[in-house]
Design a protein around this ligand. Structure first.
Ligand SMILES: [Ca+2]
Length: 413
């Protein structure tokens, strides 16, 4: 009997040692020590509230582990607060840095000079040069689009600009501001700041509600562009086919309302629908599936509370006419850039949503089935980096940047 107990203890010790080892390197080669299947949620800290989710699986779903071997390698550490990353057709990466620069970076880690010709940004607080995207016709027109915090009369706005990347990549030609999310605010917070093309060749842009208690309710106002997704043409005009919102003076560029600070947007690879991450208050970070014309609730409904501990509004989490998040985190992870994984280099990642976490210091992998999250894994948490944005390269690998200045390549081993 003693021998059996001793054997079991040895086995458990060996098992624990193996688990620790796999936690301490970049490899996901856990297939031999974890057969997969149901396991505890990845979040183990106490929630901030006793609010109940609206449906099973809206928070703290079961933990999952990647069985295939994968690796997250640092390609360069020479970036300065990178905020946005996009893949160029030639395989290189175009990266926006918060202070107002863009650089082309090769997948082997060669960092180009600062690209000239970019209008100045206000980089105070959460502002600066933010998200960027490449024109679907880049091969013929070399156009790029970006979001930034702009100084205007009355404060700052989330603005959108476009320009042509010179043939030699050294400058932006003809930079033009095409859109401003009004009204201006005397705040350096909650700019939103992501931009993507939709399937009709128009732009979807996320804007924040600028954080102050006076601007926060404007996320519910259809006469302002704060706390919204706006859908505009490449000339900055309201896009044809936008939803109509009830209420006099509703802005024609609005696509969805009721967002707080959405720092991640991406189209789903098979449905084409827009998915979004947004920073909530304390305990209310969200993933939303955004459909045109709908209201996503902030600040009327939320699963979070004020950082002071007070409830927000009437302290409610559900209301008719307002959409529920697909998923939320309490405590928060501070979600920023997001992307869906397409392709099969790591087969179990196909169509999973990858979410950069700032305060969470990891990349969350969310398994999604029928528009619900069914599994969550934390990747690269051992790196202790504030992950800001992520994209998939033309080579099929994921590329992610961190506030500390790193660029990671994440791919099968
Ligand atoms: Ca919401």
């Amino acid at each position: 009997m003693k021998k059996i107990v001793l054997f079991c203890i040895c086995l458990i010790s060996f098992w624990t040692a193996c688990s620790k080892k796999s936690d301490n390197n970049n490899s996901g080669n856990n297939g031999n020590t974890d057969p997969g299947g149901d396991s505890a949620p990845v979040e183990t800290n106490r929630p901030n509230t006793n609010y109940a989710p609206a449906f099973p699986g809206q928070t703290r779903v079961k933990g999952v582990k990647t069985a295939s071997s994968y690796r997250g390698n640092v390609i360069t550490s020479a970036l300065n607060a990178p905020w946005g990353i996009a893949s160029l057709p030639d395989g290189r990466l175009l990266i926006a840095e918060k202070a107002g620069t863009m650089r082309i970076v090769s997948t082997s880690g060669t960092v180009g000079n600062a690209i000239t010709g970019i209008p100045s940004v206000n980089s105070a607080g959460q502002g600066g040069l933010l998200g960027l995207c490449i024109d679907p016709q880049f091969g013929s027109n070399r156009m790029i689009y970006w979001v930034f915090a702009e100084n205007v009369n009355g404060g700052t706005v989330t603005a959108v600009a476009k320009g042509r990347l010179a043939d030699n990549g050294s400058s932006i030609e003809g930079a033009t501001v095409i859109y401003r999310a009004n009204p201006p605010a005397n705040s350096t917070l909650h700019y939103g700041g992501r931009i993507v093309f939709d399937q009709t060749g128009n732009l979807l842009v996320s804007t924040g509600e600028r954080s102050s208690l006076s601007t926060r309710p404007l996320a519910q106002s259809v006469t302002t562009a704060l706390g919204k997704i706006v859908r505009i043409t490449t000339n900055g005009q309201p896009a044809p086919g936008n939803p109509s919102f009830s209420g006099s003076g509703a802005l024609p560029e609005l696509y969805s309302t009721g967002h707080r600070n959405p720092q991640g947007i991406v189209l789903h690879p098979t449905t084409g629908e827009l998915w979004l991450s947004e920073h909530g208050p304390r305990g209310g970070d969200e993933i939303n599936r955004v459909r045109p014309g709908l209201n996503y609730g902030w600040p009327t409904i939320t699963y979070g509370i004020e950082y002071s501990g007070q409830t927000i509004g009437n302290g409610i989490q559900q209301q008719n006419g307002m959409e529920q998040p697909v998923y939320y985190w309490d405590p928060v992870i501070s979600p920023s850039g997001i992307t869906f994984y397409k392709g099969n280099r790591v087969p179990e990642w196909e169509n999973n949503l990858f979410v950069c976490a700032l305060s969470g210091q990891h990349i969350a992998r969310l398994v999604i089935e029928n528009n619900r999250v069914t599994g969550e894994e934390r990747l690269l948490s051992q790196e202790n980096q504030r992950f800001r944005d992520i994209t998939q390269g033309t080579d099929g690998a994921l590329y992610a940047v961190t506030d500390q200045g790193r660029l990671y390549k994440i791919d099968r081993q």
